[in-house]
Write a protein that binds this ligand. Sequence first.
Ligand SMILES: Cc1ncc(COP(=O)(O)O)c(C=O)c1O
Length: 401
Amino acid sequence: MTTSPRSGRHFLQIPGPTNVPDRILRAIDRPTIDHRGPEFARLAGEILTAIRPVFKTGGPVVIYPASGTGAWEAALVNTLSPGDRVLMSETGHFASLWHEMAQRLGLDVELLPGDWRHGVDPERIGSVLAEDRSHRIKAVCIVHNETSTGVTSRVAAVRRAIDEAGHPGLFMVDTISSLASIDYRHDEWGVDVTVAGSQKGLMLPPGLSFNALSEKAIAAAKSARLPRSYWDWAPMLAANAKGVFPYTPATNLLYGLREALAMLREQGLERVFARHARHAEATRRAVRAWGLEVLCQDPREYSSSLTAVLMPDGADADALRRLILERFDLSLGNGLGRLAGKVFRIGHLGDFNDLMLAGTLAGIEMGLQASGRPLGASGVAAALGYLADPAEAPADRASAA
Ligand SMILES: Cc1ncc(COP(=O)(O)O)c(C=O)c1O
């Protein structure tokens, strides 16, 4: 049985794109203005300044009218030259895609293999860099939050490993599913290029992506020789200084970004991080009560943005997701790459609150029951018990809206 024709709101609990708050939808729903006029210059000036604290940087942030993949490419082509050696870690599907892109661009990539259940190993990075005495490695590129696995790598520990090895390579970090969801510090952690996207913690529709830049990255761009044109930082930074873009910007998404930044300021980033961490903990309690397994194996690396749930051998995670979508109008993330059919992913990032989580977990629990899977106990009861516990209450109302 399906619930068509649908009534009520669809539950979009994939780990991005996330639910776009009404306040942002209203902000986007305005006439597009002349992107070379004075009103646009004010908008651009405001956004290019207000975005910096989200990355915890005092440096420039480049905004592309592109999905996150564009910002990945921009990070590589602006800083590196053909044949340059790059160190990457195979933490999951997205790290693998970035690795494939780097190879296609003509970089010489050393990929540290991984089991897709752990994050980047700082010690391993440190020992590879310590052995690289001639400094052939020009950059270390990692994914902060692996959206395919729900594992968050320890960026500060990787930075320390680079420093302890005394290595001068650039440090690039993909924060596409962590920015504005999980603590991240571009300047303090000595990151040279941070890659981000609009459609997750920033609560916007897809279509914008970002590079936050260090001075070292800007200096590297002066001698880097990979071909670049659309992604070139230099004309972007020069145009941005005058309140314009070198090509037509995504004006209406920028209206939305201005609103999203205001919402994040009102709530406070630290409270957003705490809200997501609390929802992640409630979700893990539900998963364990159901008798299922959280894919991430190291509690230090549990993701606050999403939880990937491993189904028992032989169970089809996609069939469960299909049933839940048809019966309860709830979208969950699928297993990607080698995890296809084996896991489903629960997004708990973006504009999200306790009752949305309760609804999401209820949909999953009903789906598990409808599929005939014997449940250990009620995951919903386990999660609600945690959320209702006065000791676990958030400091104040937890919605960004
Ligand atoms: C961690 C991570 N990196 C890169 C990407 C690719 O971004 P996009 O699909 O916006 O091009 C994604 C997309 O979900 C992601 O989660």
